[in-house]
Structure formats: C-alpha cells, structure tokens
Design a protein around this ligand. Structure first.
Ligand SMILES: [Zn+2]
Length: 171
C-alpha cells in the first residue's frame, strides 16, 4: 500500500519534472505531501531564474514552509524524482523533514546514499527516513532524454557552451 501511494505521488513529481523542460531546465520535480494532501510542488528553475539554488526540492520546501506557516515540515513527506544533492539534503535536515522518497539515484552528485548520506548522518541532529528507487526508471528516463537532446544540439556547428554528462550532473 505504501509503495502504491509512493508511486502515485512520484508520478505527480514526474509531472513537475516535465514542466522544467518547458524552459530548458534539467527535468527534476518535487512534491511535498502531508496527510494525503499536496502541500507544495515545484520543479527545477535554475536556468529560468539564473539561480544556482533553485532546485526543485528547495523551492518545494520553501513553499511548503510558507503554506504551513512553519519552518519545521512536521508530518511531511517530500517526493523528488532525483536523489537530492548536498544542498537539498542539507535543507531537508534543517526542515526536520520526517520522510524522503526519491526516484533515480545520482551517482555524480547524490547526497542521500550515493556520494554522501546526509539524510541519515548520525552526527547531525535530525535523520530523515528514506525510500529510494520509486519509479526510478521513469524518473531517470526523462533526464537521459534531456541530456541526449542537449548533447545532440551541442554537436550542431556554431552551438555554444559545454554540456553536462548523460546522468546526474544536476547539482
Ligand atoms: Zn539539489
């Protein structure tokens, strides 16, 4: 039952991820849920806002705190399509988030099991319960498609700039 619920909310996060594509941002989406209801949802806006901190999780956490009128996200679960980076994992600890569910792992920048495990770091004053790999293939596929298209564009003569690697590289 929990797994089915996780998949439903992750599907919602995936819908958010795809919205990032409309402005050329890396497709990562996040949803904060409490008591079976959406508190906030957001997608990566780093390019759109020219803001290195405008990751989906940060935007969703800020919006959730504003909606709840509390910096503590008691009783909330954050669903995100990609394993959080160091910044976002840190923010989840600061928000005292009880539960995180993520989709695809990020071997290049992930801070919830891949490179680091900040969500379950025993020296910090809060630990987040983590479920990984929910709709991982779907979550990873939107990223793979995005980076493949970006690389193809970069091979066009006259194209400017360098591009991130095929997987991860979001943070
Ligand atoms: Zn992040």
């Amino acid at each position: 039952m929990a797994q089915l619920t996780h998949k439903v909310w992750m599907g919602r996060a995936l819908t958010q991820a795809k919205l990032a594509l409309t402005h050329g941002d890396v497709p990562v989406g996040a949803v904060v849920v409490r008591g079976g209801e959406i508190v906030s949802e957001a997608h990566n806006r780093r390019e759109l806002d020219t803001d290195p901190t405008a990751h989906a999780e940060i935007l969703a956490v800020r919006a959730a705190a504003a909606a709840l009128g509390s910096w503590r996200l008691d009783g909330c679960t954050l669903y995100v399509t990609l394993e959080p980076c160091t910044m976002c994992a840190g923010a989840l600890v600061l928000a005292r988030l009880p539960e995180l569910v993520y989709g695809a792992s990020d071997p290049k920048a992930g801070a919830v099991g891949s490179l680091y495990d900040l969500a379950r770091e025993p020296r910090l004053n809060h630990r987040v319960a983590v479920t990984a790999g929910v709709l991982a293939e779907d979550c990873g596929a939107v990223l793979t498609t995005f980076f493949r298209a970006a690389r193809a564009r970069s091979r066009v003569p006259g194209a400017v700039g360098t591009l991130p690697p095929a997987t991860g590289g979001v943070a």
